[in-house]
Design a protein around this ligand. Structure first.
Ligand code: PBG
Length: 320
């Protein structure tokens, strides 16, 4: 009784109702985070509509729409007026993300406000840390990252997500938050963040491509998975409450490996290039965007992600 013709797996595939009964993975808007870019001037991005730049007023209007569609969480990225060597715009009380948080917080008390904590959008050279003698200096970057995180929470952030890949940043941020009595604020750490070609459209939208060199001196080598588990373990030891694997689709094995090794919540970042590829193929008439997006997001969850950061979150609100 254990093989064909007694066993026919098609029996439970016959109708939508039957398939629904045995579905193992489901998408729920509760576990999606919409990325948003805030800048001094709006820049509508017609090619990649998920990736427009909003002014502070514009982001409040956009979030109004997202919240009424059912979106529960957003992650904010900032593009400052001026960039400098010390990434002043990142940690300035009056920085663009801080202003957006102060505008959003009172309007949307139930919305989860996550912030990306990094220096690359704010440094004149576009690297994620402070440059000393032509190199990104790990330890000198930590203080500024911690200061950035504290200023985000002071302005109303619920969760901080450090994405710089400096060693020891989670510890530095945890300590600084606790010193400011923010011991209840969780850190969602980009623990396994790879030096990836799939960040291209993001860097376009955020104006954060490095002006010299690349990010391989601090972001991970795409060839490594054991090292990703060490990154996750170290970040959790330093006090990360949840960890991110990024990108998502080319790294489903890393999500799965992290899932099997750790009980902490795992997020996957379905990055700009993954989104752009499907958009471009859909425009060419080669793929159906909605089907390809739903399949991709389901695969990311099936691999083991609890929550997903995705530019499709807004569309997902309409699709589900
Ligand atoms: C900032 C940051 C980047 C992304 C998220 N946070 C860019 C980078 O590391 O170069 C990429 C996200 C995406 O491509 O959607 N460090």
């Amino acid at each position: 009784m254990s093989s064909f013709p007694d066993v026919r797996l098609r029996r439970f595939r016959r109708t939508g109702g039957l398939r629904g009964l045995v579905r193992e993975t489901r998408l729920s808007l509760d576990q999606f985070v919409m990325p948003l870019f805030v800048a001094p001037e709006a820049l509508p991005n017609v090619d990649l509509p998920g990736m427009s730049r909003f002014t502070v007023d514009g982001v409040v209007r956009e979030v109004e729409g997202l919240v009424s569609a059912g979106v529960r969480a957003v992650i904010l990225f900032g593009i400052p007026e001026d960039k400098d060597e010390d990434a002043t715009g990142a940690w300035d009380d009056d920085g663009i993300v801080q202003r957006a948080l102060r505008a959003l917080r009172p309007e949307f008390p139930d919305l989860v406000l996550v912030t990306d904590v990094c220096l690359c959008e704010y440094t004149s050279h576009g690297h994620c840390g402070i440059v000393v003698d032509g190199e990104v200096h790990n330890d000198r970057s930590l203080e500024l990252l911690a200061r950035t995180a504290v200023s985000h929470v002071e302005a109303g952030a619920d969760v901080v997500a450090p994405s710089d890949m400096m060693d020891g940043r989670v510890h530095a941020i945890r300590e600084a938050l606790d010193d400011h009595s923010f011991e209840s604020t969780p850190i969602l750490s980009y623990a396994a963040k790879y030096a990836s070609a799939f960040y291209g459209p993001f860097r376009e939208a955020a104006g954060s491509a490095p002006s010299f060199g690349d990010r391989r001196g601090y972001q991970m080598d795409p060839a490594n998975v054991r090292e990703a588990l060490r990154e996750c373990e170290l970040d959790l030891d330093e006090g990360a409450d949840a960890i991110i694997v990024k990108p998502a689709l080319p790294y489903l094995d890393v999500i799965r490996a992290a899932r099997e090794s750790f009980d902490a919540p795992i997020a996957a970042y379905n990055v700009s290039g993954e989104y752009a590829m499907v958009k471009a193929a859909a425009r060419g008439g080669w793929l159906d965007e909605k089907q390809a997006a739903l399949e991709s997001l389901t695969a990311i969850k099936r691999a083991g992600a609890d929550l997903v950061i995705s530019y499709w979150t807004k569309d997902l609100a309409a699709w589900l």
